[in-house]
Design a protein around this ligand. Structure first.
Ligand SMILES: [Cu+2]
Length: 477
């Protein structure tokens, strides 16, 4: 739309982009304002990695304003260590994360949250009630239990200072966190190339936005014909619900939000709300170029779906590989006990209902009619209990449900019972229709002693969370 293009040019001038207007778009800035850019031919770049050594992951992470270059655009960002894709943190069960966090943002508090981790919410650990003010340091010390519910998997880190989260994640403050060892569950992974696809969404003004993978616009992923690769895809954007699929390449899910399936499960398309991750085996077809594209869907009843757009190109060239035949993939079975089996076998100690709503002017988003207050405890839960929570969405747009320190089992979505083979820590709550609210039912284990304490649950569309759609839970004896 023309108005978008004009304001866009204004933004580009303001932030010093060097592109000339004629070269900025190969496609139009579409209705709904997703922006198509010139096709790139850049190979996908893996994020930089920081690994634990001798049981300790030492990292210094500084939040500060900085410029972000995304394809042809230069934008003002809020960055960790000056990078739109900050270091991927890799540790193992039993390790301690010692992270020196410095807030060099000039005007706003921040902190760190370790999304999806079953670790302590107290003290210097994964404590979202810590506020690190501008100019201040905080030394995080997060112990990853060797023998708790926490297993190997793909998680992420981002700020959680209430009211400021959306702006900071959208500016670039989010990165990947991995607990290594997943290959012990799926031995085939030992032979495969591992790739991270970290999806972010940058704001370009006037609702125009720019989806990227590893900070790249429409990157190229090289595969050999017939090759299997290990893909770890994370939606680490602030608030985007993204449905997408691939031509040609066959996909088999092996984990959701870091939690293993019992066996690889073929999938044709993926729907990842903000905060969700999935681990997949990707099996390349014959030689050729294939596209990863978004799939249009109606996120908000009052807005037309955004048009489909390209996310990446999969380029299959070179000699044929034999490593990843479909038979070898489908023969994989997780032999060790899984947390999901414990959750399924646990009696429901209590049922609760959370009703999501908002004010018509969109200034307040609520759970059970209340906006978040850090000093109020909304739900008190007994350690050791497993509960069933029903999230009722009265709003005609998607929200999602995320709870800190524990995963959950999805048992019902809008009246249908999905055949779930893995746990989640974040899951989309369908929007209301004109006739009835959207509904998600989950079973949540509060069984790991390490999670005792005070933490939060919320919609992970960070704008909604900032505007109140969050509650405080206390798990105790
Ligand atoms: Cu929401």
């Amino acid at each position: 739309m023309i108005s978008d293009r004009r304001s866009f040019l204004g933004a580009l001038v303001a932030f010093g982009a060097s592109a000339t207007p004629g070269s900025i778009w190969s496609g139009a800035a579409m209705a709904g304002s997703s922006v198509a850019t010139k096709s790139a031919t850049e190979s996908l770049v893996e994020p930089a990695v920081l690994r634990s050594e001798n049981g300790v992951l030492r990292a210094a992470i500084t939040a500060a304003p900085g410029k972000v270059r995304l394809g042809e655009f230069v934008l003002p960002g809020l960055l960790y260590n000056g990078s739109y894709i900050p270091p991927l943190l890799r540790c193992r069960l039993g390790d301690t994360l010692r992270i020196a966090f410095k807030n060099d943002l000039p005007d706003q508090a921040s902190n760190l949250h370790f999304h999806g981790m079953s670790v302590s919410p107290n003290g210097k650990s994964d404590n979202v009630f810590i506020h690190v003010h501008p100019g201040e340091h905080f030394e995080y010390e997060v112990h990853v239990p060797a023998n708790g519910r926490q297993g190997p998997g793909f998680f992420w880190y981002h700020p959680h200072a209430h009211g400021l989260v959306d702006k900071q994640i959208r500016g670039g403050m989010s990165g990947a966190l991995v607990v290594d060892g997943f290959e012990q569950l799926f031995p085939i992974l030992r032979d495969l190339q591992e790739r991270f696809l970290l999806i972010k969404d940058a704001e370009l003004g006037d609702e125009a936005h720019l989806l990227s993978i590893n900070g790249q616009i429409e990157p190229v992923l090289a595969m050999r014909p017939g090759e299997a690769q290990y893909w770890r895809i994370g939606n680490i954007s602030a608030e985007s619900f993204i449905k997408f699929g691939l031509d040609g390449v066959r996909l088999y899910v092996i984990a959701t939000d870091g939690h293993p399936l019992s066996r690889p499960s073929p999938v044709r398309e993926l729907f990842l709300g903000p905060g969700q991750r999935t681990d997949l085996l990707a099996l390349a077809p014959g030689p050729g170029a294939y596209e990863m594209r978004t799939i249009a869907f109606e996120n908000e009843a009052w807005r037309k779906p955004e048009p489909t757009r390209k996310l990446a190109t999969i380029l299959c060239t070179g000699p044929t590989e034999n490593v990843g035949s479909e038979g070898a993939i489908l023969a994989q079975r997780v032999q060790s006990p899984r947390w999901i089996d414990e959750v399924r076998a646990s009696p429901i100690a209590r049922r609760r209902t959370l009703v999501y709503s908002r004010t018509p002017d969109r200034r307040l988003f609520m759970i059970n009619g209340k906006v978040m207050e850090e000093d109020r405890i909304d739900e008190s839960v007994r350690l050791g209990d497993t509960e069933e929570w029903t999230i009722v969405n009265t709003d005609q747009q998607f929200h999602n449900f995320h709870i800190h320190q524990t995963a959950f089992l999805v048992t019902e979505v809008d009246g249908t019972r999905p055949d779930e083979d893995s746990l989640h820590d974040t899951f989309s709550v369908p929007r209301a229709t004109a006739d009835r609210p959207g509904m998600l039912k989950v079973v949540i284990p509060f069984t790991d002693p390490v999670i005792a304490g005070r933490f939060v649950y919320h919609c992970h569309a960070a704008d909604h969370e900032d505007k109140g759609m969050m509650g405080v839970i206390e798990v105790g004896l």
